[in-house]
Design a protein around this ligand. Structure first.
Ligand SMILES: Cc1cc2nc3c(=O)[nH]c(=O)nc-3n(C[C@H](O)[C@H](O)[C@H](O)COP(=O)(O)OP(=O)(O)OC[C@H]3O[C@@H](n4cnc5c(N)ncnc54)[C@H](O)[C@@H]3O)c2cc1C
Length: 404
């Protein structure tokens, strides 16, 4: 199977050669490939599943991400944002958070002098556009593969055996998600745990032409969130104990709707259920981001509680940092460069993971002092425009006029 439109690798020789091999042609892998190829690096992308072909008439996907302004800017830089937006995306201009029946804290794009805070986008649409762009790039060779059999390394090269074929490069990037096979082959350990809660994701038709607000209501059992999607669709996310999510997931649509209407705030309005799925929630952090010739980016390095929708936004920050350190140095594949990448990203990712855990722990506890503290916290953010602006900028990946 070979999805490449043009192959620079040495066909039929003992091994296929490139400067960099990327395992995983998802959002993070393809974006990395495009940035590195723009620097003149020859890249091979190895992906297990051919990305779906989606147009504006395709059913709405259930795996969606709230992409912040920094991520949008990165996708524009690799020439893909306008094509993604042309398929379908939903801008959101307001983000509301509240607890029980208290007054919501509302973060607005206008607070940070932006037209929007981000877009909710189907992961499959982003991946499809990026993959197609990779196929067109003369320095990128995309391969559909079945299995990575082995990894061996010397001081300056890594060799992968994939479906019986050898692939060699100076660096091999693991962009193959949370269960990363490459991370395991490199012997990089992870720390983490499964949260007690799972996420029930319900794809709905809101019967409203367009919505510009995403909201989250905090509750002791877990948050309840709404993400607006293009074409009047939306996504309801209900974080709850695993067995409760399993019970809800198998309910007939009418019964599930009535439970959603009871549990969710009135802001949800009327809707028709179109699809239901559930996801376990995992926190996972790799012990190191680089070992030998192997480097981790995106979910292979970190899985974060999706509470604040930061997962792939952090992955895109890894991509940005990695491409920057590589561009800065002639010895781009050296250990010093890889350590510099790890220093730039590990602490930042850990800080976001810890912040999510602090929020998760604070809101899933009904001890009166904690309840009072968080209510005070939310109302303080509401009353202090400067604090609200700072929080909004951070969530959107914007500092001053620059993106982070
Ligand atoms: C319920 C839920 C809600 C979320 N909401 C948000 C949100 O609102 N905002 C946000 O930023 N993030 C969100 N996330 C997180 C986001 O989906 C992930 O961070 C993102 O998908 C990670 O991208 P990635 O490219 O690193 O990995 P993946 O998306 O996992 O892509 C990995 C790619 O590698 C391929 N692959 C895997 N193994 C191999 C192999 N052995 N060989 C070759 N190819 C392989 C896969 O087929 C895939 O294409 C959410 C996650 C969940 C579970």
């Amino acid at each position: 199977m070979n999805a490449s439109n043009q192959s620079f690798a040495t066909q039929g020789a003992a091994s296929e050669q490139a400067d960099i091999i990327i395992v995983g042609g998802g959002m993070v892998g393809c974006t990395t490939a495009l940035l590195l190829a723009e620097q003149g690096k020859r890249v091979i992308v190895l992906e297990r599943f051919e990305p779906k072909s989606i147009d504006a008439d395709s059913p709405m996907g259930l795996r969606v991400s709230a992409l912040n302004l920094a991520s949008e800017q990165l996708l524009a830089e690799v020439g893909c944002w306008s094509d993604i937006a042309a398929v379908r995306v939903c801008p959101y201009r307001r983000l509301a958070v509240w607890e029980d029946q208290l007054e919501p804290v509302e973060f607005r794009a206008s607070d940070i002098e932006q037209s929007h805070l981000g877009h909710i986008v189907e992961n499959d649409v982003v991946q499809m556009v990026l993959w197609q762009r990779c196929l067109q790039h003369e320095l990128i060779d995309c391969r559909l593969i079945q299995a990575i059999e082995s990894l061996s390394q010397t001081d300056d090269r890594a060799t992968l055996t994939v479906d019986g074929q050898l692939y060699q490069a100076q660096l091999v990037l693991a962009c193959d998600g949370g269960l990363s096979r490459l991370r395991q082959l490199a012997g990089i350990g992870v720390e983490g745990w499964q949260y007690q809660q799972h996420a029930l994701v319900v794809g709905i038709d809101t019967h409203v032409e367009s919505q510009d607000i995403t909201w989250q209501q905090m509750a002791a059992t877990g948050p309840k969130a709404f993400l607006p999607l293009a074409q009047g669709k939306g996504s309801l996310v209900w974080y709850h104990h695993a067995d409760e999510v399993a019970r809800l997931k198998q309910l007939p649509a009418a019964q599930l709707k009535s439970e959603l209407l009871q549990a969710f705030p009135a802001a949800v309005g009327d809707f028709t259920i179109e699809q239901v799925a559930s996801f376990p929630l995992t926190r996972q952090h790799a012990q190191v981001y680089a070992k030998g010739r192997v480097v981790l980016l995106g979910d292979s390095a970190h899985l974060i509680n999706p509470l604040a929708g930061q997962g792939v936004n952090l992955g895109f920050r890894d991509v940005r940092a990695f491409a920057d350190v590589i561009a800065e140095r002639p010895d781009w594949a050296s250990d010093a460069v890889l350590q510099s990448y790890e220093r730039r990203r590990k602490a930042d990712n850990l800080a976001m993971m810890s912040a999510m855990d602090a929020i998760y722990a604070t809101f899933s506890n009904d001890l009166p002092p904690l309840k009072l503290a968080r209510q005070l916290g939310l109302s303080l953010v509401n009353k202090l425009p400067a604090a609200r602006t700072l929080a909004t900028k951070y969530a959107c990946g914007v500092t001053g006029s620059r993106s982070i």
